[in-house]
Ligand binder design. Structure first.
Ligand code: TXA
Ligand code: MG
Length: 328
């Protein structure tokens, strides 16, 4: 049995309206979606991913109207941020309206809301007319999918339909900003930088609260390929490579095109360009390629600086701290 794949957002909306589970593209990563009107489908999403039921899902909508529909006692900053960044890779955690089912929020009194910037996703959401609860469409603890083929490889026949929108433009998950308590706090870095948020709010946000307490699901051992990830720098690369050679492990290196290991035993994987945005766009694909190529260790030289580079380093740090890679 093969999973149906479509390019038609209206077909995806019909399957969701009938209580099905649909993998769909966003500008960040592919999501595994269920309509909020079908709590049984939402429960299936948890089961398919192997995700603990206490980890809340983000609710996706076609436009800012989701703030009125799914939130209550809206913090005043929410509307300004939605105007500035939606559609786009920013998830706002706000007090939830009662119509958001407990299955979605893991029983919390807040909900994460987001309007994705992907034309097929928005057409699907517009046609459906209700919110779609969706985590990233990967198995629990693994790297998120950035193509329909990744979804197929991870979740295959367990989903009812895959909406194929091509590769995701950003390639890393959304920035999550918690507005439910002051001061506003970034729970996960992503495509919208802390500086950009601060410019809209006119005051600082807290950047360090990621962790199970505030965002369940933000475990250290997330976002990891099968092979262990070792994060290094340009200046330490020579030593890191010497260490790998001594261990005799098949090693892959992910780094910008001007980083050359000069070591034929290392499989070198370059992002398609040298901007941090290119690194973000290609990172998950390259981690999967390193795995598929049989590497048992993956060295990575991440980009430096602010903006999306912060999110790249965050995901790599999580992948690198995965203790038992085959047992998540
Ligand atoms: O870019 C994205 O955000 C992608 C696409 C599909 O939209 N989605 C995504 O979902 O990455 P997921 O479930 O893999 O990660 C969402 C994170 C989880 O760590 C979850 O704990 C946190 O968001 N989260 C969701 N609702 C929350 C809430 N009410 N309070 C705190 N954290 C929340
Ligand atoms: Mg995820």
């Amino acid at each position: 049995m093969t999973t149906p794949v479509t390019h038609d957002p209206l077909e995806a909306a019909r399957v969701l309206a009938a209580g099905g589970v649909v993998a769909f593209p966003t500008e960040t990563v592919y999501g595994l979606g269920a309509s909020l009107e079908h709590p049984t489908a939402v429960r299936r999403v948890f089961a398919i991913k192997g995700r603990p039921s206490g980890h809340p899902l983000i609710v996706h909508g076609a436009d800012d109207a989701i703030l009125d529909r799914y939130a209550t006692s809206l913090p005043p900053e929410a509307r300004a941020l939605a105007i500035a960044f939606w559609p786009g890779p920013l998830t706002l955690v706000v007090p939830r309206a009662t119509r958001v089912p407990d299955t979605v929020t893991g029983g919390r009194n807040t909900v994460g809301l987001r309007v994705p910037d992907q034309p097929l996703a928005r057409a699907m959401l517009r046609a459906l007319g209700s919110g779609v609860a969706a985590p990233s469409a990967n198995l629990f603890g693994r790297t998120s999918p950035t193509t329909a083929r990744h979804v197929m490889a991870d979740l295959g026949e367990h989903v009812d339909l895959i909406l194929d929108g091509g590769p995701c433009a950003v390639g890393l998950e959304s920035t999550i900003l918690d507005l439910s308590e002051a001061p506003a706090t970034i729970l996960r870095s992503g495509g919208i930088s802390a500086e950009a948020i601060e410019r809209v709010l006119g005051r600082p946000v807290i950047r360090t609260a990621s962790g199970p307490a505030r965002a369940p699901g933000m475990l250290a051992a997330h976002y990891a390929p099968r092979a262990p990830v070792i994060v290094t720098t340009r200046s330490e690369l020579v030593n890191a490579l010497a260490g790998m050679r001594a261990s005799g492990q098949p090693t892959a290196l992910i780094a910008a095109s001007d980083v050359a290991p000069g070591d034929p035993s290392v499989t070198v994987l370059h992002p398609s360009g040298d901007r941090p945005e290119d690194f973000a766009h290609d990172l998950y694909r390259l981690l999967r390629e390193a795995d598929a190529g049989g590497a048992t260790a993956i060295l990575v030289v991440p980009p430096e600086g602010e903006g999306i580079a912060v999110a790249v380093r965050d995901r790599l740090a999580r992948a690198a701290s995965a203790a038992r890679p085959d047992d998540r």
